[in-house]
Ligand binder design. Structure first.
Ligand SMILES: *Cc1c(COP(=O)(O)O)cnc(C)c1O
Length: 393
């Protein structure tokens, strides 16, 4: 039977299928989504949920954005895949656009955030052979073995030791320690300008400037992981723009494809040709379909007026959170979090009782990452639902 005419499986059936056939790596909440439009998701019964997670900063221009749907349908009907042994115009055009709008050098495409960081790790090693990579405490750079080695989180790392050697961890709020850890033997310093998975923690401009100076002094590469905080999320196209410095290398993914899997590692002009032919590669990367999707996302997001609205909507949401009496409200633009005593339970009740999609980044913090196209009315609606979750009048 075609999927569209088959009756939707119940949650109990889906749970049983998962139990029998999927490796148990995810803790899922008992809701299945079958359709999305803008900032709204629908379950099989037709219930509408307000999506303030956007697939973890992926559905950047909302669900089923007409321009994105059209670009994907059009490209899918034309050509899905050709391999990187041939040219595809959407891929090279996207590289041109991304590099011109960021660091001015060149792009390498891949299929995920972790892969974008794998590329940056290899680039750093190519730049300074056998060099060490400095990472910040509480960072998250991905789950593949190289990216995991850059993610200093004991529970995530320990079962998979031995990790890739050559990573050194520094506190995220100690400029002196950072400066001291970077030397002639350092290949790169990796920083998420706003740490996402650890609970939306902006790295101070002082630490970012210290990292920049240490890299300038030693020739190490400053690598910004903008996989979660980039693509307009903070009200500028890239989060680093507010800091008055720029990195040598930047990794992007998540929101870049608006829901399709694409990542990129971007460099300055000086580093554009560090990789030589054969140094790196990927079968699917930068194919015509995902490139067409990313281009359609950029058409919407890379616009001064649109980004100004993201900043204004972020302020509205942050003010609303503070108005609810929430504490430790932090973040920038539409990348926000607050403290909550039992965050997973709060998120569960928000979803199941008030149809508001949020995410817990640990036992005590709740994260909000709505689509950047969310309206002021939808922000107010989300705040009202959150107030109901919290039992506030
Ligand atoms: C999500 C994320 C990654 C990993 O991306 P995947 O696509 O899941 O591999 C890496 N870095 C940051 C900052 C992220 O938020």
């Amino acid at each position: 039977m075609p999927v569209s005419t088959r009756a939707a499986a119940s949650i109990a059936e889906l749970e049983a299928l998962e139990r029998d056939h999927l490796m148990p790596t995810y803790a899922r909440l008992p809701v299945a989504f079958v359709r999305g439009e803008g900032a709204w998701l629908h379950d099989p019964e037709g219930n509408a949920y307000l999506d303030f997670l956007a697939g973890v900063s992926v559905s950047q221009i909302g669900h089923s954005h007409p321009a994105l749907v059209e670009a994907v349908q059009d490209q899918a009907a034309r050509l899905l895949h050709v391999s990187n042994l041939f040219y595809n115009e959407p891929g090279v055009r996207l590289a041109q656009r991304l590099t011109e709008r960021s660091l001015g050098g060149k792009a390498f495409f891949c299929n995920s955030g972790a892969e974008a960081n794998e590329c940056a790790i290899k680039l750093a090693r190519r730049h300074r052979p056998r060099g060490e990579i400095v990472v910040l405490e509480h960072a998250f750079h991905g789950r593949t073995l190289g990216a995991l080695s850059a993610t200093p989180h004991l529970a995530k790392q320990e079962p998979f030791e031995p990790l890739v050697p050559g990573f050194r961890v520094v506190a995220r709020d100690d400029p002196g320690a950072l400066a001291g850890a970077v030397g002639e033997e350092t290949a790169a310093v990796f920083v998420e300008p706003i740490q996402g998975e650890s609970g939306i923690h902006p790295i101070s401009f002082e630490v970012l400037h210290t990292a920049r100076k240490a890299c300038d002094r030693t020739g190490a590469l400053l690598v910004f992981d903008e996989i979660q905080c980039g693509m307009g999320r903070t009200g500028t196209l890239w989060a680093y723009e507010g800091a008055g410095i720029r990195p040598d290398v930047m990794t992007v993914a998540k929101g870049l494809g608006g829901g399709l899997p694409i990542g990129a590692c971007l460099t300055t002009a000086e580093l554009a040709d560090v990789f030589r032919s054969g140094d790196h590669g990927s079968t699917f990367a930068g194919g015509p379909l995902v490139a067409a999707a990313a281009s359609a996302v950029l058409d919407v997001v890379d616009d001064e007026g649109f980004l100004g609205e993201v900043a204004a909507k972020g302020e509205r949401l942050a003010a609303g959170l503070r108005g609810l009496g929430l504490s430790a409200v932090r973040g920038r633009g539409l990348m926000l979090a607050f403290a909550a005593a039992d965050a997973p339970e709060l998120v569960r009740r928000a979803l199941l009782e008030h149809r508001l999609v949020l995410s817990a980044t640990g036992p005590d913090s709740v994260r909000l990452l709505p689509p950047l196209t969310v309206t002021a009315e939808e922000i107010d609606e989300a705040l009202e639902r959150l107030g109901a979750v919290l039992g506030r009048p």
